[in-house]
Design a protein around this ligand. Sequence first.
Ligand SMILES: Nc1ncnc2c1ncn2[C@@H]1O[C@H](COP(=O)(O)OP(=O)(O)O)[C@@H](O)[C@H]1O
Ligand SMILES: [Mg+2]
Length: 268
Amino acid sequence: MSGSISVDFVGHQFSETAEIVLADIKISVKAGELVSLIGRSGCGKSTLLHIISGLLAPASGCVRIDGKTVTKPSAKWNMMFQKASLFPWMTVQENVGLGLKFAGASKGQIAQKTDELLELVGLKDKAQDSSQSLSGGQQQRVALARSLATSPSVLLLDEPFSALDTFTRSALQQDVAAICKQKGITMVLVTHDIDEAVMMSDRVFVMDQNPGRIIDEIKVDIAWPRKHMSQNFQRIREDLLTAFKGTEKTESFRSLDGGRYTADSSAA
Ligand SMILES: Nc1ncnc2c1ncn2[C@@H]1O[C@H](COP(=O)(O)OP(=O)(O)O)[C@@H](O)[C@H]1O
Ligand SMILES: [Mg+2]
């Protein structure tokens, strides 16, 4: 199985005079493992994910995927963002098949793969619809199918569900985790939502800021599929809350947002 990630003492600052955004980040993720990076808004989660993806070069240290140093983005490790960013003038199917088209796949290959992926994400009947006509959750499902089209070994997710309503978000969390498990895809999820991290990960890395760094690592040994109300779920959630006690602005973190604990109630 491919998709192992090793982040080796990555440090970053955006210029020599700017603040240090990341310091000595060392993480290793096994192929097929689902991990989350959780921390307050501004602690450097997106910066770290961009470095892992090759979109941004680290000021120090390096990232290796399957033993090779990452120097640029690749279709083998795809990113998903908070916004689906679909092309509004294209159909759902055309949006999903775009990466394959760029990769030189034939029309037949594209049709077969996009059919399979739209079925997987539950949007088979929307294939010929305009992507503009979809709800936010459906658009993220299209973005997910698009990310899966090039058969990546790694999915890098930057708060992809944070703009969705609770029910839609919950369904997508379950589906994305199940798809990654089923296909053996390694997932790195950035989130500020503790429940989301517990719901979707084998392991959670807790980050603190100034400078952005990993301060704890919590194993989530709960069978799949997971239920919010289970004792194990609540136990791990408490462990994560305790890990966060050492981070800055603890009071604001303690707030409950719509029944969920969030690491930073002011974050999007
Ligand atoms: N392109 C950039 N140039 C300068 N500073 C940046 C840039 N991107 C992010 N930062 C700064 O780096 C820090 C971490 O940002 P970010 O990685 O977006 O945090 P998070 O995703 O955890 O909210 C913040 O202080 C932010 O202002
Ligand atoms: Mg971010």
